[in-house]
Design a protein. Structure first.
Length: 85
């Protein structure tokens, strides 16, 4: 997703949204909740790329909350900087 976003920008929106939906389904099936905040962060990046600042902020906030809850301090700090930007 990150590669698509970096290479194709907003033009990759549909492909990225499809990948995000697939990843979400896989996380649900596998119970791999440790990866859930990364998914929120990737969605937030897509929203920011496409100009939806409110949705981006909500996504980054959800990622931050989940990272902080699991004690992933470095990730939480990185996301806090995204929220502040």
């Amino acid at each position: 997703m990150r590669c698509l976003r970096e290479i194709d920008g907003a033009a990759a929106r549909d492909a990225i949204e499809t990948l995000l939906a697939e990843v979400s389904q896989l996380l649900d099936q596998a119970g791999a909740e440790l990866w859930r905040p990364h998914l929120h962060a990737e969605r937030a990046e897509l929203h920011r790329l496409t100009g939806d600042a409110d949705a981006a902020r909500r996504g980054f906030s959800a990622a931050h909350r989940l990272f902080a809850a699991m004690g992933a301090v470095g990730h939480a700090e990185r996301i806090a900087r995204e929220i502040a930007a």
